[in-house]
Design a protein around this ligand. Sequence first.
Ligand code: ACO
Length: 432
Amino acid sequence: MADSTPDTARLIIGDQEIELPIIRGREGDAAVDIRGLRGKTGYITYDPGLGNTGSCTSEITYLNGEEGILRYSGYPIEELAKQSSFLEVAWLLFKRELPSRDELQAFEKEVIYHSMVHEDLKRFFSSLPKAGHPMAICAATVGAISTFYEAVRYEDPDDEHWAAAIRLLAKMPTIAAYSYKHSVGQPFMYPRNELSYAANTLYMMFGTPCEAYDPDPVVVRALDLLLILHADHEQNCSTSTVRTVGSSHANMFASVSAGISALWGPLHGGANEKVIEMLIAIRDGDRSASEFMELAKDKNSPVRLMGFGHRVYKNYDPRARILKKACHDVLSRTGTSNPLLEIALELEDIALADPYFVERKLYPNVDFYSGLIYQALGIPVEMFTVFFALGRMPGWIAQWLEFHRDQDAKINRPRQVYLGHETRSYVALDER
Ligand code: ACO
């Protein structure tokens, strides 16, 4: 914060004046600490959607929505996207430092070692409808796998948390791939420990026992990039959900399962699926791009331009910028073309020149271009958000761990302003 930032804020309510401390963030952000507000004044704050509310302090991710900046533990997302790997980023989020070569190798080995899921879990998948959405299947399975570890006892809670972190990170690709295999009626493929995290994910998704499947290195790298870009995004809807569930001291599996459900919604991670549906509708002539844009601007229509707008970014989402370029690269390197990309570019051009979007600072978000890359990698549309969840896993875990080490952490329990009936007497059923 600039040196001129005061140490306290003064709040006047009626004839009462109180002083509230100001907390300074590392990068110029600042917050009025209102913990004493209700006790001193009887008032609470009102902030639907929590857009003005800091629910925690964090050392994991820095995001500046006005300037379009995203850093994991200080490292710009652009540098990590170019030079890092997903598991290295996971370590960074967990430990706040890049690993040494030995640390990274040991970590990769530990994760790979835990990638298999309990054999009994196959029956769990078989009991669910094949047409069930894979996000529902993943949320249910992640919650259910805690049952396999209830009997394992740890003296040190840190050891227990680390074991849960490794298991979740390691088993998520297997669970994701099984949810797909279940939907298409193919046999589940066991993980192969000699493959990298991303290559193993693709192998379990697309391999079959009938023939060899060697993931294309271009495709593997593209998936690793997508996972890096999704790895954390500070206090978004699903991460806040993970922290909230974790705040009751529910275990990490239960907390992350709730985060997966939160991510599923079309206003959050589910938007990547909706973007492709929107582009297909335009391609198939249901509506032209400009007709669609008019509908998105019409307040009487429920249509929104999916993949556009963000609670925090009032500038181009840096992840969308990287993905837009990656989209061109992947399509040219895999020798494929996708007419949907042309439609997406056209929509972006129209939006960025349209006063409605310009005035509201609505830019492409991470979901606008990610689906096009998933498509190029052969990932079916209903699996897009599952891959988002796969990428977000280190962030959810890191934030859960941070919450549990935070001396200020309390159970999350917001208040409300009650607008219902005043007190009244019960009326017996036959008198109503
Ligand atoms: N299309 C058309 N209008 C939009 C869009 C959009 N995609 N996004 C926002 N607006 C408009 C709103 O109607 C509102 O207009 P108004 O001021 O005239 O009422 C204004 O822009 C502000 O929008 P809010 O909904 O108040 O912004 P909020 O921060 O609450 O919502 C959100 C952010 C949910 C992401 C929103 O922009 C949206 O629905 N986008 C489409 C869905 C999407 O892409 N979600 C993925 C987000 S990224 C992620 O979660 C990983």
